[in-house]
Design a binder for this molecule. Structure first.
Ligand SMILES: Nc1nc2c(ncn2[C@@H]2O[C@H](COP(=O)(O)OP(=O)(O)OP(=O)(O)O)[C@@H](O)[C@H]2O)c(=O)[nH]1
Ligand SMILES: [Mg+2]
Length: 471
């Protein structure tokens, strides 16, 4: 029975399903982590997934929904009292309200519990009690995974690595200039520390804007309620082997260590190690649009972030996990509604290639993995448009900037993703073969039939892979 694969199984006597009979309901809990780098599409994914599990009319590829095994679905108070609740109702209202708009960027980890009551199936179903699955969905920034690597690095090592990257980046010029004015061996002076940290944070944000993904420490970009606190008030300094006590260098080193023990370790202990299933969202199209360097950067960042899923390398994580591991990982290229479905296979090939190294390693660690292209909320329709005697597969939607309807062709994605990834690895600065355009669409105004969730592409397949075996 499926129960054996789940993490927590409990049998509780409950009066449910409105039968008036005191049925014994099997309760199981599954924790689904949803992550991805900034703007990858986490919030829209969770909102649409929950809306489509509550109203399952568009979830035909989710076998349990198609077969009618899901009796009911409802939101419940989550088990963790100190984690902010995922603002499902607000996000859904922005996406499906009378003036639909994308939800605001989110800055913290958040959580939501969706409970599903399930009808027993199979030969003995008449004798079996109904089951209930609590799906705890946890939204956390992918940047926080990158911080795992810090646990193995001393302040001097981390500083050296960061400083080595900077001279090649225009966005680092101001920080490097400030660095020349800082006396690392002099006694620590708080205004100086703050200036250094502020410039370093500004650099990280600018780097992120410019399409670089290796922007760690992750909490500098998403400080939440730690903003301004000493654990986020440090920056890299060149080596100072004989830095005296109470010097700026020593204080920066102390804060870096505090960041590791007070920010990074608690995240892995309290959130990461409890995840059973994981979806990693990737906005591959935006990276392709930004150019080869962004694609290569994305590939490297994915590799680093996913190192967390093969914990053997990291002593701290191994000891926390004690043999437990994530059972399934789905890599999903988001916003597939920017492409006509004729181009979806190419998009899937790109996401497979981008995450191949990481997937091979995660598989090695025992997790089942899959990759697909999806749109959490479909904002476009498809159309073929004549072009130079042939037909171009386009998508049509309302442009975010102007509000006008427009048809859009993003460019021909190659059949072989190596045509994108190889030049990116070799350091090309622009695509030779083709041009890729990106366009932002606004969510479309919807009139949903009763029983239907918001329109999507392959969200049901994603759900089938992630939780289908538990339903
Ligand atoms: N067309 C389309 N655009 C999408 C879809 N999902 C996300 N987007 C776009 O991507 C942007 C980011 O989506 P979010 O869900 O807010 O991404 P996030 O990962 O939660 O972002 P942060 O909270 O800032 O890290 C949205 O504002 C939309 O512009 C989709 O299914 N279709
Ligand atoms: Mg978000």
């Amino acid at each position: 029975m499926v129960l054996s694969t789940l993490t927590e199984g409990a049998v509780r006597g409950l009066d449910t399903l409105g039968t008036g009979l005191s049925s014994r309901v099997f309760d199981t809990t599954l924790r689904l982590g949803v992550t991805g780098l900034a703007r990858a599409g986490k919030t829209v994914f969770i909102t649409s997934l929950v809306a489509n599990l509550l109203n399952r009319g568009r979830m035909l590829q989710l076998e349990a929904a198609r077969a009618g095994r899901i009796d009911s679905a409802y939101l419940q108070p989550q088990p963790d009292d100190t984690v902010p609740r995922f603002a499902y109702e607000d996000h859904l209202a922005s996406l499906t309200g009378p003036q639909p708009h994308w939800p605001a960027s989110t800055r913290v980890v958040s959580e939501l519990r969706l409970s599903l009551t399930l009808r027993p199936s199979g030969l003995l179903s008449g004798f079996q009690a109904p089951r209930r699955l609590h799906l705890d969905i946890v939204d956390y920034p992918g940047e926080w995974l990158l911080d795992l690597a810090l646990l193995d690095k001393s302040y001097a090592e981390w500083s050296a690595e960061v400083l080595e990257r900077l001279p090649a980046r225009d966005v680092a010029a101001k920080f490097l200039q400030v660095l020349t004015t800082v006396a690392a061996n002099e006694p620590h002076d708080e205004p100086q520390a703050q200036r250094l940290a502020a410039e370093f944070t500004a650099y990280l944000n600018a780097a992120r804007q410019a399409g670089f993904y290796d922007c760690s420490p992750g909490r500098f970009l998403l400080p939440g309620d730690l903003e301004g606190s000493p654990v986020l008030t440090f920056g890299p300094l060149p080596p100072a082997s004989a830095a005296p006590r109470r010097s700026l260098w020593r204080e920066m080193e102390r804060r870096y260590e505090a960041y590791k023990s007070k920010v990074v370790q608690p995240f892995f202990r309290d959130h990461f190690t409890r995840i059973d299933r994981q979806v990693v969202l990737v906005d591959a199209l935006s990276a392709i649009h930004s150019g080869p360097q962004a694609v290569e950067d994305l590939r490297l960042a994915m590799g680093d972030a996913l190192a967390a899923f093969r914990p053997g390398r990291n002593g701290f994580l191994t000891s926390l996990l004690r043999g437990k591991r994530v059972e399934k990982i789905l890599f999903a290229a988001t916003k597939a509604d920017h492409l006509h479905h004729l181009q979806h296979p190419q998009m899937t090939a790109v996401i497979e290639a981008l995450t191949r190294d990481a997937r091979d390693r995660a598989q090695f660690a025992g997790a089942e993995t899959a990759a697909l292209a999806l749109a959490s909320l479909r904002a476009t329709t498809e159309e073929m448009r004549p072009h130079n005697g042939s037909e171009l597969p386009c998508v049509r939607g309302r442009l975010l900037e102007t509000g006008r309807q427009a048809a859009f062709y993003p460019g021909a994605l190659p059949e072989d993703p190596a045509q994108l990834l190889a030049p990116a690895r070799q350091g090309a600065t622009r695509w030779l073969e083709g041009e890729y355009r990106a366009m932002q669409f606004a969510p479309a105004a919807l009139s949903l039939k009763p029983g239907d969730g918001p329109p999507h592409i392959r969200l049901d397949r994603a759900a089938e892979f992630l939780i289908g075996d538990a339903l």
